[in-house]
Structures are given as structure tokens and as C-alpha cells.
Design a protein around this ligand. Sequence first.
Ligand SMILES: Nc1nc2c(ncn2[C@@H]2O[C@H](COP(=O)(O)OP(=O)(O)O)[C@@H](O)[C@H]2O)c(=O)[nH]1
Ligand SMILES: [Mg+2]
Length: 223
Amino acid sequence: MSDRSFEIIETKCNALSDNNRIAEKVRELTAKEHVYFINLMASPGAGKTTFLEKLIGELSGEFRIGVMEADADGDTDAVRIAKTGAFAIQVHTGGSCHMDAEMTLQALNRMPLHALDLVILENVGNLVCPAEFDVGQDLRLTLLSIPEGDDKPLKYPLMFTVTDLIGVTKTDVRPAFDFDGEAFVKNVRLVNPSAPVLFLSSKTGEGIAEMAAAVRERIRKKG
Ligand SMILES: Nc1nc2c(ncn2[C@@H]2O[C@H](COP(=O)(O)OP(=O)(O)O)[C@@H](O)[C@H]2O)c(=O)[nH]1
Ligand SMILES: [Mg+2]
């Protein structure tokens, strides 16, 4: 018998499903349950889970938070999130490199939505496939870490086109890398005229309160 405090669910990408239609079902469900839903995307190792731990620290006094951890396998991130006190669920994607709307709906249906105000999907780590699938989120939040380089919007334009809010993580390691913040923002603006870009570090805490404020403002706007 497992002593895990969270469930692991096995899902599979349904290539034949009408993703956009199911994404609308997700929107209907989260609207009905008064839940704000964030799709968090980034490369593996960019700092998604560490950032979530900090964000939960900032927002858990105001909002009841649930996190859906999506990975091909394993449960290490759900273990980390469960330790924060937030509701956690681990989703296995059957090897798929992204979550689609159907998988997301399945996972949402296993979460106590009536007792949550904010649900965050930590999507599978990569800058390509997750950008292609609307999962019915209210907000797409994309992270890029300093070591990945300021040219990534040029290489993965779709991710930076579809996103609503961008966080540049690991600013504490800036001295070791040739990351040009202005060049990064310029590269983002080639494909996205308006998504705010915030610089942050989960190690020093830089920018975490600002990112929490940006999220808080959007949650309050949805009502
Ligand atoms: N220096 C530094 N390291 C970080 C920061 N955020 C995350 N890390 C480290 O980056 C690695 C990957 O972090 P994780 O949150 O698991 O990334 P994920 O795969 O995107 O969820 C871990 O060793 C973290 O400690 C940061 O702001 N600064
Ligand atoms: Mg993670």
C-alpha cells in the first residue's frame, strides 16, 4: 500500500480528438467551478517546479492551489509540490511530449475543483509540442532560464507567440552566461507584441513577488 499523498493517473494523447472543442469544455468546467487555470511551460530544468514552490509560497494565503504535474514518467515533482501543502496530482503522458485538452480534462476531473481557486498545469518540459495544444487555460505562462540563451524566441517562435506572460528564470547565474536581456525582449517582440517579460530568480527571490502580483491581478480580473 502506497503512502503517497497524491494520485498518479495514466493518460494518452488522443491524436484524433478535436482538441479545440475539448479545450472549450475545460474552459466551461473551470468557469463553472470558479477556478483560474494556468498552463506553465518551459524546457526541462528551466526551473518550473522550483518557481512553483515559490509562487505557491506567495499565493497560498489568498488562493487554494492545485497543481497538475505532467511528465512522461516519475513522480518527483508531485512529491515536491505536495510538500508545499498545495493539492498535487501526477499525470503520466504515455510518453507524449505535451498535454492535450482531453488529458487535461481527465486530470481536472480527478481534482477537487470545488475546493480550489487556482490550478496550475506544469506541462511536459519542452518548448515545442506544448505550444501547439490549447488545453483550455486562462493563462499561458512560459519560463526560459538564463543558461538557455537569449536567442530562443527565434528558434521556438510558436511558444513565444502563443504565451501571455514570460518569466526569465535563474537571474542569479547571469554573470556566468552571455545572456542579453534586451536582446531577449527584442526577440520576443518579433513574435509577440504584448506579453510582459519579468526577470526572476527562485534562489534569491528576485522578481517572484512581481510575478505573483501579475498572476494575482489576472485571477482577480476573471473573478
Ligand atoms: N541558480 C538557480 N537555480 C535554479 C533556479 N530555479 C531552479 N534552479 C535549479 O534548476 C534545476 C532544475 O529546476 P526544476 O525546478 O526542477 O526545473 P523544471 O524541470 O523546469 O521543473 C534544479 O537544480 C534547481 O535547483 C534559480 O532561480 N536559480
Ligand atoms: Mg519540474
